[in-house]
Design a binder for this molecule. Sequence first.
Ligand code: GLC
Ligand code: MG
Length: 576
Amino acid sequence: MFAVRFAAAALALLPACLAPAAPASATAADPWWRHAVIYEIYPRSFQDSDGDGTGDLKGITQRLDYLGQLGVDAIWIAPFYPSPQVDFGYDISDYEAIDPQYGTMADFERLLAEARRRHIRVILDMVLNHTSDQHPWFLDAARSRSSPHHDFYVWSGGKGDGAGGPRPPNNWVSLFGGSAWQFVPAVGEFYYHRFYRQQPDLNWRNPAVERAMFAAMRFWLDRGVAGFRLDAVTELFEDAQLRDAPVLGGVNAQGDPNLSDVYTKNLPEVHAVMRRLRAMVDGYADERVLIGETYLEKTADLDAWYGGAQHDELQLPMDTLVGLGSRLDADTFRRHLSASQTELHGSQPLVVFDNHDNIRSWDRYGDGVHDAQIARIVATLLLTTRATALMYQGQEIGQRTATPRRVEDVRDPLGVRGWPRDKGRDGERTPMQWDASNPQAGFSTSAHTWLPVTSDYAQVNVQRESADPDSLLNWYRRLIALRRSNAALRSGRMLMLDAANPSVLSFARVSAAGEAVIVSLNMSAQPQSVTLGLAQAGLHGARLRTLLTDAGAPAEGAAADRHTLAPFASWVAEVH
Ligand code: GLC
Ligand code: MG
């Protein structure tokens, strides 16, 4: 399901304006989320305020000034609802409360108010596909077939009693390993779980499920949240006939047979639910947003999730194809970025390179030699294409993936079960590295943080990078400030330049008034020449003024159409 599971220089000459301006007020035609930088917070690992070794809501509030200075428009917070924490919060046992380990409702209200004061919107994670097996609905459902909530979940009698007892109804496997079916003797039936067995899937063919989940979302919308990131939203429906999945051959990292997901993912029924959800959310003022966790095969598949030409489903289904690959390759990026401009009926792409489920981009795209420059290329791609940007805590300082070395240290059950082929997701969830004030990198005062702090924290941390003008953190700050202040970067159309160049990705952003910015990224270890072809692209100007670059970019004021870029250089320039 996850797209990827794996196994310097002088900065800009511009005095970057780091103090974020209050965002221009959004109109329906030009809503805030179209230009936003959205920052994902994994609350267990962001900031611990009470010294128990796990992050919490008060911790997030303490760090809002940092996020304001970075220039983010919104934060998406991974689940903090009451949960047995089998899947670290993605197994929810109460959708309308706060897990005490993260704080109280009063802490949440304060976080919301303090974020609003800084013009930062708060987006919640909403898990619609499944609940915890400890949710009162499931406890009731599993008691008896006549329980009021029995039909909230997906049940099957299976294939009848074989010699070894009841057998599951089909060959479906959980994305987290093993059969997707779990037998409950009290009711004599199996329930379906796409993820862990402690995460029973809800039955979205039952209208009462939709009513209950929409009510939970209203609970938070009424309190002022700016929208939701919809977890595993492609998985809401399964084939009504429970047909066997076609077998593809081979086994996956969990040792299960590779199966087609035609009967368990992206079923057409989901779109009617999305349209009703969008209508519900649109009933609220201030452009609340729906973001989808939409891992799909190709960009064109995303179009339906926007509602195609009607634009009446999600505003921002995630495009996981641009940034969740593993090869820094100009052609691949050009192809994916072009598709996102042409295959979505003009909808706004949402680009993402990092999240709490995938190896960090630093390690995925890095070559072990030019990692710092490659991280700048990733940042530039994220923040200069025509797309809404989704980033993940720690990405801005170049946090590394710290995969556990011993199975006994693994916390993610996926890694325990899959060891050593699948080591789980702990590596991308280690605590945020704030400073070198203590061995917990300022994340906590407890020596026992829920995951260990990565040993490089004395070099890689917010405080140190804030003070270093050449740091990755300041590169991110400058890019975000530029994106806010430059009309072409903010909302201009995008066109590819030098499109046959196999090593350098170049494109222009052009504002409605004709102002143009060009971006060139050398994705190779050799110097490369670039022929921008500005005139052929309809861009007229005699001079290029550099807005942002690292060492290897062309000289300031270069007027020619042909340039040489140093290995792995990033270059952003204005056409005059
Ligand atoms: C999403 C979440 C992931 C979680 C899964 C099941 O993919 O991002 O962390 O384990 O859904 O809820
Ligand atoms: Mg489902």
